[in-house]
Design a protein around this ligand. Sequence first.
Ligand code: CO
Length: 478
Amino acid sequence: MSGYADGLRSLDAEVRVDDLPLTGTLPEWLRGSLLRTGPARWEVGGRTMNHWFDGFAMLHRFGIAGGGVSYSNRFLESKAYRAAEDEGEIVYSEFATDPCRSLFSRVFSLFDPKISDNANVNLTKLGERFIAMTETPMPVQFDGDTLEAAGVAYEVPGLLTTAHPHLNRASGGMLNYAAKVGPRNSYRFFHLGPDASEPQVVAQMPVKRPGYQHSFGLTEKHFVLAEYPFVVNPVSIPLSGRPYIENYRWEPERGTRFWLLPRDGGEPLGPFETDAWFGFHHINAYEDGGEVVVDICVFEDAGIVEDLYLERLRAGKPIAKPQVRRFRIDPAAGSVGSELLVEQGFDLPRINYGRSNERPYRYAWGVGTGETGWLDSIVKADLERGTTQSWERPGCFPGEPVFVAAPGGAGTKSGAEGGGNGSVATAEDEGVLLSVVLDSEKASSFLLVLDASDLTELARAEAPHHIPFGFHGQFAPA
Ligand code: CO
């Protein structure tokens, strides 16, 4: 077993703890909750699921108030989770695990697909609603305090979607992707207002065989679709006898095709073709004169999906390393250039979203891989200078570093005493990073609070158990 194996061990306990043991000091201004989702149980009945991404979602809440940290966790009561609890077997299809089904039931499932609502990838706050999401059209609303599930949040206008929506600055609503599947397939982007329940499709284009999409880029004018050559013929999925992701084919000769869909619904621009890449996470995108800059954590191929099967991970097999690349699309010339932005690759990227998304920016944070092969350091990248800094500790495996901006005029280091009148501008990297870290020596996890500007440790709060490796979360200010 590898050093990080505890992060892939199921967790049964659901707890509420008012005060976690805390070392260090939290910034006075930091109040609210870090809400995270991620897989936490991979065994059902006598069976183990196949892939890291398959596990049943658990919600975690770190409440930060009055200089202390509370913690609670709870399985997301999705239909998929309830059915597995009640029937003692896997009932819904997950990312890389299917229920055991006869040919008859597979044909039947064409008419009654058991689409999982196991929202273990990400969550968002939309208006006053908290919504957990995965890539199926069944986002689950939940209570941000009790973590209790409250049913399907809204109807996605397509069969596939992403768990990485963007904020629509004008409305406070969200923008997300959907792939409509049927006799004619299409890529769609939709808007959902902060209090709305009906998404509106705002841009779309036809596609024969959709590429796998985990996230997308957004500029002031465009939705940016990076169509990696990892494609599927969706109508074949129900009868293939293979789990969802195993229906995708890697066809590198297609290259990566970028599409720009105007946010005002105008004609799509593209394809703009470049080398074959694969990626999960866009970092940011923006308009730059007549060009469009698109930064993505990419891999040389889609082999990373195979690397993340539990059997391989638990055996400590090598894992592909991400690269941070900048793609520059010149629509007038019809070309795409690309360059490596920093030497130290990372994934699970975060930016100062409120300030930087859709705009030119300088800093990104993420989780880097080192000698362990797994994600084992928190990385700050200065994209202007092409330099990085890291936080790493032996035996520690950090999760996504969520950036929380310091409020204007209340700097983390200085400025608060002198001119705390709200008029002092903060720097782009002024704030904290919140990361859930597995300490493999203790087989337990802690919430790590770093100064985002120089990665110095401000505080850590010890959770009462290990927290299985999850994917994404958000900070909701109090
Ligand atoms: Co993701």
